[in-house]
Design a protein around this ligand. Structure first.
Ligand SMILES: Nc1ncnc2c1ncn2[C@@H]1O[C@H](COP(=O)(O)OP(=O)(O)O)[C@@H](O)[C@H]1O
Ligand SMILES: [Mg+2]
Length: 265
C-alpha cells in the first residue's frame, strides 16, 4: 500500500507542479519507488517539467487502447509518471461500472510503489475535492499574493466542510525570503484557526529563485550538477519533512484509487 500525498492550491500558477515534480524526484533519488499522478487535466505539464515524453494517459488505458505500463514514463532518477488525462477528469460523472474498471486497472499499481504523489487540479471543484479526500496527506501551496491567500482560504474551508479534513500541511512558495514566508504562514494560520476546525502545519518556505525558474525552462528537476545546491537541499528537505510526518493507519487499508472513486459516489 502506497502512501499518498496530494499538492493542492486555491489558484493555478503557484508552483504545485514545480513542487510535486521536485519532491517526487527527491524521493526517487533516495531509492523510494515513487509514482507521480498528474491529475491537473487543464494544464497537465508534469512530464514537460521533467523532460519526459508521455504518449499515453490513463484515458487511453481506460479506453483499452494501451496497457497501463505503456502510459507510465520513467525519468532517469527512476521516478514514474502517469498522466490522468481526461480519464480521471470527470469522476463525478462516472457510472459504477467505469469506476470498478478504473479500480481494477490502477489499484495493483499501488502495490509496486512506496509513494503516490498527486499533482491536483487547482481550486475547489468537485473532482479536486475527491482527490484530496482520498489522499493520506494534503499539502497546500500558498504564495504571498493576496489573491492566493483568499483562494487558499476558500480551499481549506471547502476541504474542512465537505471532506471533514482537519489537518493540512502548507508550503509557502515564491516568498521574498524565508522569514517573510514564515510570516505569511503565520497570518494565514491566524485566520484559519479563528474560523475553521483545521490545524495547519508549515512544511517549508521556498523563496522565489532564478535557479528554480531556470530549471523549469530547462525541463529538468533541480539537479545536483547545477550551481543551485542551496535550492535543491531546500526542496529535498521539504520532501523529507513531508514524508517523515505522514500520518499512518487511518486510511491505510483503503488504497488511494478505491478511496477516490468511492468518494466521488
Ligand atoms: N520558487 C519559485 N521561484 C521562481 N519561480 C517559480 C517558483 N515556483 C514556481 N515558479 C514559476 O511559476 C510558474 C508556475 O509554476 P507551476 O508549478 O506550473 O504552478 P501550478 O502547477 O501551481 O500551476 C513556473 O513556470 C515558474 O516559472
Ligand atoms: Mg500545474
Amino acid at each position: 500500500m502506497a502512501n499518498s500525498i496530494i499538492f493542492v492550491s486555491g489558484k493555478g500558477g503557484v508552483g504545485k507542479t514545480m513542487i510535486s515534480t521536485n519532491v517526487s524526484t527527491a524521493l526517487a533519488r533516495t531509492g523510494k519507488r515513487v509514482l507521480l499522478l498528474d491529475a491537473d487535466f487543464g494544464l497537465a505539464n508534469a512530464n514537460i517539467m521533467l523532460g519526459v515524453k508521455s504518449d499515453y494517459s490513463l484515458a487511453d488505458v481506460l479506453e483499452g487502447t494501451v496497457e497501463i505500463n505503456k502510459a507510465i514514463s520513467k525519468t532517469k532518477e527512476g521516478l514514474r509518471i502517469l498522466c490522468g488525462g481526461s480519464g480521471l477528469s470527470n469522476l463525478v460523472g462516472l457510472d459504477q461500472e467505469a469506476r470498478f474498471r478504473i479500480i481494477r486497472l490502477v489499484e495493483p499499481l499501488e502495490d509496486t510503489i512506496d509513494y503516490l504523489i498527486i499533482d491536483a487540479p487547482a481550486g475547489i471543484e468537485e473532482n479536486a475535492l475527491c482527490y484530496a479526500g482520498a489522499s493520506d496527506e494534503i499539502c497546500l501551496v500558498l504564495t504571498t499574493e493576496p489573491t492566493s491567500f483568499m483562494d487558499a482560504y476558500a480551499t481549506v474551508k471547502v476541504l474542512s466542510i465537505e471532506k471533514k479534513i482537519n489537518k493540512i500541511k502548507v508550503v509557502v512558495n515564491m516568498a521574498e525570503s524565508i522569514p517573510s514566508g514564515k510570516a505569511v504562514f503565520g497570518r494565514f494560520q491566524d485566520i484559519v484557526c479563528r474560523f475553521l476546525p483545521v490545524t495547519l502545519e508549515l512544511t517549508g518556505v521556498i523563496p522565489s529563485s532564478k535557479n528554480i525558474q531556470q530549471s523549469i525552462v530547462n525541463r529538468s528537476p533541480m539537479s545536483k550538477n547545477n550551481s543551485n545546491f542551496k535550492d535543491i537541499s531546500l526542496l529535498s528537505e521539504i520532501s523529507h519533512t513531508i514524508v517523515n510526518n505522514i500520518k499512518t493507519s487511518e486510511t491505510n487499508n483503503v488504497t488511494f484509487f478505491k478511496g477516490l472513486l468511492s468518494g466521488a459516489a
